[in-house]
Design a binder for this molecule. Sequence first.
Ligand code: IPE
Ligand code: IPE
Ligand code: MG
Length: 250
Amino acid sequence: MLSSNPRTTREPDPALLPIPTHVAIIMDGNGRWARQRGLPRVMGHRKGAEAVRTTVTACGELGIKYLTLYAFSSENWKRPRDEVDDLMGLLRHYLRNELNRLNKNNVRLRCIGRRDRLPRDIVDLIEESEAKTRDNTGLTLILALSYGAHAEIVEAARTIAEKAASGEIRPEDVDEKLFSSHLQTADFPDPDIIIRTSGEQRLSNFLLWQAAYAELLFLDDYWPDFTKEKLLAAIDNYRSRERRYGARSG
Ligand code: IPE
Ligand code: IPE
Ligand code: MG
């Protein structure tokens, strides 16, 4: 099922890492994909939504437990109104049309980011999709929408400060575990690998706390050209790495 490449298997191989539990992707390059073809940017976003579908299905089939997709950053609100509207339209379309498929594939949907900045009907669709997929036990798909890591971290710090001010916790209770538990990702393990497409080599305010020991992989492909084969190759690349977490391997 998985390809003829002998390394792309789920067989335990002590020389390789197990497949990642949590894959996170910065889906970049839709605009350049379209420009390369003389198409309007929205066509790149549309094609990008197809790559999302393929990737979600592939991750489910591979047995990956968590997939976080950076779909819209807190800074993307700075884009021209037309483009923001196109992106919100695609998101609306995705949420409306994907619910059945998510349920059929046993996918649990969760969203992180600033919901108060999203259109009300999209928030309703998110809440409905989260509620209707909450008992699914396969892949957890986490969509980062209107998400920015700085805002997430500041929000956590504010909540913790309020709890300390009210006496609910003491300042000395604040440690890494308590801090993590106040982030929007509290229910999920940190990403094992963060993939960014389009050749850019930066995190653009994505999962800054959670990325502390993520393996980073930068691909030249534009997001609309991402395929299951490219995902498998990325996982192979990850599995061949050595994660030391500051310790020594020998
Ligand atoms: C990623 O593609 C989609 C979003 C950021 C919403 P871009 O729209 O950033 O495409 P490029 O980087 O301009 O090619
Ligand atoms: C990052 O891409 C955000 C998403 C992919 C949703 P951008 O295209 O917005 O990032 P910059 O502006 O190149 O850093
Ligand atoms: Mg971009």
